[in-house]
Design a binder for this molecule. Sequence first.
Ligand code: FES
Ligand SMILES: [Fe+2]
Length: 444
Amino acid sequence: MKISAERTARLTKKIFRHIDGATTDRLPNIKTFPASIYVDPELAKLERRRIFATCPIAIAHGSEVSNPGDFITMQANNHDVLITRKRDQTVGVYVNSCRHRGATLVAELCGNRKTFTCPYHGWTYGADGELRSISFSDTYGDVVRAENGLIALPSEERHGFIWIVEDPEATIDVASFLGPEIDALLSESGLGQYTCAKSEVLELPQNWKIMADGLLDGYHVKFLHGATISPYMHDNIMAVDVFGRHAFHATPRRRISEIADKTPGTTPLNRYCIFSLALAPNSQLTSHPDHTEFWTFLQDRQQTTKCRALLRILTPQPLKDDAARQIMEKNYKILVDAVKNEDIPAGNGVQRSSAMPAVKTVQLGRNEVLNQLFHANYEHLMAGGEWEGLSPSYVTEGDDLSFKAAVTARAGGDASGSDLGEPSDQPAASSPLSSQLNRDHPAA
Ligand code: FES
Ligand SMILES: [Fe+2]
């Protein structure tokens, strides 16, 4: 993932300040939220309406359907979807449901076809979603083909990713959803030219938000990944640029000490940091020197306590030979072993706790900036209101006085104590959403 020299210089300075001071970027307050958000089926229904039917979701990479006729299918949050590359090279996203009696049109996860014939009674559709033919049409009766194509979902291919909104009536505008900074960052990243080298769907016994939280969290690495990842990374150090609903962050590897005497900005950080883009509401891109992980977390529509995590490995070039594939497979195994053996069991524990009546709330520290952003996004979306996201000024490198002064000015109070108060555009504890989420814990 490419990062501009200017951003690299700024990040480098910030990271070395954090290493020297044993600090990390922070938000002003600890955040508490109800554990019921991981178990409540009514909230899961509301998520489908207020989050997944309104937000653009980064659901796939364009290279997963690179040639005309290529397709993939998946169970998204509100619909089973069929994603195709049309003859004109644009992408089509359709509800994977035949317009006759609703059979699943395409059962395979991926492939290449000119047309899609329903296995039930043989209606046939094109990659552009148009109804091409009806079997035994002489006896079936009159059907207006133009009105019986596959149901299209709003979609856009931007910066190499395929985004959808899961409401056929909605419109999609990815650039405005991302905001100018993240849009520019994705553009400069070069990820649009990457290739999907491998993909896997992880079916997990935990709510989608637990899995998303786990991968946003840099606080746990020293403990949960003490023998696997921690030896290579600085613990509890994250440099975070928050841009509205989304964020870019960097976590330094220990080997960053090799460039401590270089002028900041003159050495690319790819080999010295892990970069991530946290894309609201449910996707993450995590960049390593030779590949980028592309995660999308999806609800299980039947069970709140289950989810599907889509993991795609993007590489800068197509894998040309066995040696390149072996490197990718080795990296993949390191990642998936850590996730399956360490993150997922911890998340399963969170899931079990969330169903225990005595466990009313859980909390996030000031240092868990990305998780707080994720939950602030979640709460505002669930409240159904407009929200611009967090302003970058809410992230501080520590308890520096200029930040305290800025918060004091906004709050109109005295920030001399340790509690900085509640900034005005932070989600307020007494918002209608909070009261909604803070309702009684459902019976286990
Ligand atoms: S349900 Fe597809 S042709 Fe009948
Ligand atoms: Fe982890």
